[in-house]
Design a protein around this ligand. Structure first.
Ligand code: GLY
Ligand code: MN
Ligand code: MN
Length: 455
């Protein structure tokens, strides 16, 4: 793993504490995720909570961050597992509070076993509780008991926080804007993921199974130090590409099929999310090329809107227009039936072949946090927010053609999506996944090289 200095995480804690003070001060409680049983005595691979990680860099389970920020006091505390020589023989290293405090730069660290004894005192007379209800239900129950313990002291003049603020609302806005360390990690995640897509293209052969290409992706992720896929990889051949969340990856790939791969790794907790679509035999058919170039033109139109000042949905609207024009030109949509491009857009006729949005925020989570709309209502609508430098979005238009009598047969079962990861910068954007072959000629030439090497 890349070692990111703890100063970086403590600076984020400071930033959150400043926001807490601006709201009258109080106590923030941010737990990590819990471990889940998979079966028998096996657990699913542990993945820390993204908010918790964002503020700590600490990746062990059974941990809670507590921040105290008011006009007289500022303290960042960590509760974590004790050192346990016996358990460490079985499960591996644990920091324990003393080493965790020093390594991760907290003001104090305590055993997680002491949290019930310590927290009522921390919460006594706090003005505001900064906490996300129902995020980790096991902690909700503990918190109730802590507050009960504070209320029990009310005759001594001590009270519990009168106000609760959802701490995630503050953190979402912080997480939406990526700093230089995050940008470097996201570029690395996208570069590894792009290399994985290229590897899958190079190794694809008719007759293979989808899972064989999935294995190529995983190999490239892990050999480059990525911890895991950032989400379930989609490797969908032929008609399976029209199943938007296809993940079984079990089918055999026939000569002539397009393969849609939507896969990205998680690198030091940051996600990439890239989709490429290519012909398993290395050559697009004329019908595949026709639709592919429409989707690519739609993505190009959306990319032109990826700049500061554009509204979040501008890219989607631009992509929908190009896709709808293409649907009318190719006869996927019948002009007699749906009318003009504007008519087909306003009646949502295009949704038969393009039924999802054109992107989302990307960061620690593949569908990352942050408001998509402004927090005000104008003419009964909340406007989409403007893009700003430091935001990262995906741009992922597609087209999915299921067999139907009114659809030209040459296009049946073609599913295409093209997805890149885009950092908004002061003067436009940077495409993190720019090195992944994307045009018809780039893909065909990449595949031609690998095929000629093998034959
Ligand atoms: N891979 C999930 C998405 O593209 O949103
Ligand atoms: Mn996506
Ligand atoms: Mn995706």
């Amino acid at each position: 793993m890349t070692q990111v200095s703890h100063l970086h995480f403590s600076a984020r804690r400071q930033q959150l504490m400043a926001l807490m003070r601006a709201q009258g001060g109080g106590v923030a409680i941010i737990p990590t995720a819990r471990e889940w049983t998979r079966n028998s005595d096996n657990t699913f691979p542990f993945r820390h909570d993204s908010y918790f990680y964002y503020l700590s860099g600490f990746t062990e389970p059974e941990a809670v961050i507590v921040l105290v920020a008011n006009s007289t006091e500022e303290s960042a505390m960590l509760f974590c597992r004790d050192k346990d020589v016996e358990r460490e023989i079985w499960d591996g290293f644990r920091y324990g509070p003393a080493a965790a405090q020093a390594t991760f730069g907290f003001d104090a660290a305590y055993s997680i076993n002491d949290i019930n004894a310590i927290m009522p005192g921390v919460l006594s007379d706090a003005a505001t509780l900064f906490y996300s209800n129902a995020a980790e239900p096991h902690l909700d129950a503990q918190l109730q008991q802590w507050l009960q313990d504070v209320r029990a002291k009310n005759r001594t003049g001590i009270s519990p926080p009168a106000v609760t603020v959802d701490v995630r609302v503050l953190l979402d806005e912080m997480r939406l804007f990526k700093d230089h360390v995050e940008i470097a990690l996201m570029q690395r995640a996208a570069s590894i993921s792009g290399a994985a897509h290229t590897r899958a293209m190079r190794s694809a052969r008719p007759g293979q199974f989808e899972y064989e290409l999935e294995a190529e992706l995983l190999y490239e992720f892990r050999r480059n130090g990525a911890q895991s896929p950032a989400y379930g990889s989609i490797v969908a051949a032929g008609a399976n590409a029209c199943v938007l969340h296809y993940q079984s990856n079990q089918a055999q790939i026939n000569d002539g099929d397009l393969v849609l791969i939507d896969a990205g790794c998680e690198y030091d907790s940051y996600a990439a999310d890239i989709t490429r679509t290519f012909p398993v035999n290395g050559r697009f058919t004329p019908a595949q090329k026709t639709l592919y170039d429409i989707v690519l033109a739609a993505q190009t139109a959306a990319l032109a809107c990826a700049k500061p000042g554009a509204r979040y949905m501008d890219g989607h609207h631009a992509a929908v227009r190009v896709l709808t024009e293409g649907m009318l030109e190719t006869g996927l949509l019948d002009k007699q039936q749906v009318g003009s491009v504007d008519d087909a857009i306003s009646s949502l006729a295009y949704r038969e072949f393009y039924m999802h949005g054109t992107g989302h925020w990307l960061g620690l989570d593949v569908h990352d946090v942050g408001l998509y709309r402004e927090n005000r209502v104008i003419a009964d609508e909340k406007p989409y927010r403007q893009l700003e430098a430091g935001m990262v979005i995906t741009i992922e238009p597609g087209m999915y053609v299921r067999p139907a009598d009114h659809v030209p047969k040459e296009f049946w079962n073609i599913g295409i999506r093209i997805e890149d990861d885009i950092l908004i910068t002061a003067d436009g954007h940077v495409n993190f996944s720019r090195d992944t072959p994307k045009t018809v000629s780039e893909i065909e030439s990449e595949m031609r090289q690998s095929h000629s090497l093998q034959s």
